[in-house]
Design a protein around this ligand. Structure first.
Ligand SMILES: Cc1cc2nc3c(=O)[nH]c(=O)nc-3n(C[C@H](O)[C@H](O)[C@H](O)COP(=O)(O)OP(=O)(O)OC[C@H]3O[C@@H](n4cnc5c(N)ncnc54)[C@H](O)[C@@H]3O)c2cc1C
Length: 225
């Protein structure tokens, strides 16, 4: 047993479903999934080939039943995207326990979600965990014009065609937000994340602690976590 094996859990892929033309929901199940500590927004790191781990947010976890991921098939041909294309029901998968600081802050006066398609699994799990009367705002950028982000409460979020940091900030600038700061959850492409944080803190005067940022990927870099 090598060192990595000691830290990895193992389970079986039981279903792979296409949820949008570029996104697959991958369901895994097995005894090792019992009693995991998971908070909506957290991710696991999956052993996608012999050499690479890639982080994927948990879309849904039902203790004793299954854990779901939503993986984007992006055009960058990385090992994570390749795994999502090839994986089939019956395949074994190794992964870490859930981890991460992109989680809900219950005390927030309202919740602002800003990200791209890769953030949809994290945002989806967080949005489902919020009470229905929680105030929610947000913008999700999708790469395909008229594509559809797979998130619950989409009616309360604005969906835009993603065209870079300036564009997402312009959409946010134009968006009504209450005068007092809420808590922002910002995830997806690293430069979008930085620009959104700058906008909220420098232009809207939000404290930095009210902006939780987690870059998920950036062009030219491999496996950001
Ligand atoms: C905490 C965390 C949670 C994440 N959760 C999710 C999730 O739920 N679903 C999900 O799909 N991804 C998620 N990601 C991103 C994921 O971990 C991988 O980085 C991503 O899938 C790319 O991995 P890869 O091996 O395919 O490509 P890599 O080898 O990492 O990258 C190769 C190249 O592909 C390009 N590339 C990478 N990602 C994209 C993209 N989205 N669009 C266009 N080009 C890209 C870049 O140019 C990059 O240099 C998460 C990342 C983090 C850090």
């Amino acid at each position: 047993m090598n060192l990595l094996d000691r830290f990895l859990l193992r389970a079986t892929v039981t279903d792979v479903e296409t949820v949008t033309p570029r996104m697959r929901r991958i369901r895994i199940a097995g005894e090792s999934l019992r009693g995991l500590d998971w908070l909506p927004g957290q991710h696991i790191r999956v052993h996608v080939d012999a050499f690479s781990l890639r982080a994927y947010s948990v879309w849904d976890y039902a203790d004793g039943e299954h854990l779901d991921l939503c993986v984007l098939d992006h055009p960058g041909h990385g090992p994570g995207a390749r795994w999502s294309r090839q994986v089939r029901a019956g395949d074994q998968v190794a992964f870490t326990r859930p981890q991460g600081r992109l989680v809900l802050r219950d005390s927030a006066p309202y919740h602002l979600f800003v990200g791209d398609e890769t953030a949809c699994a994290a945002f989806g799990a967080m949005l489902r965990a919020l009470p229905l009367n929680a105030r929610v705002h947000g913008i999700v950028g999708v790469d395909v014009p008229h594509g559809r982000a797979p998130v619950p409460r989409l009616g309360e979020l604005e969906q835009i065609h993603r065209r870079g940091p300036d564009h997402i900030v312009a959409a946010l600038r134009a968006r009504y937000l209450p005068a007092e700061p809420g808590v922002a959850y910002v995830a997806g492409e690293a430069r979008d994340c930085q620009a959104v944080r700058r906008h909220l803190t420098a232009e809207r005067g939000w404290p930095r602690t009210a902006v939780i940022v987690k870059p998920f990927w950036t062009p030219g870099k491999r496996g950001l976590d």
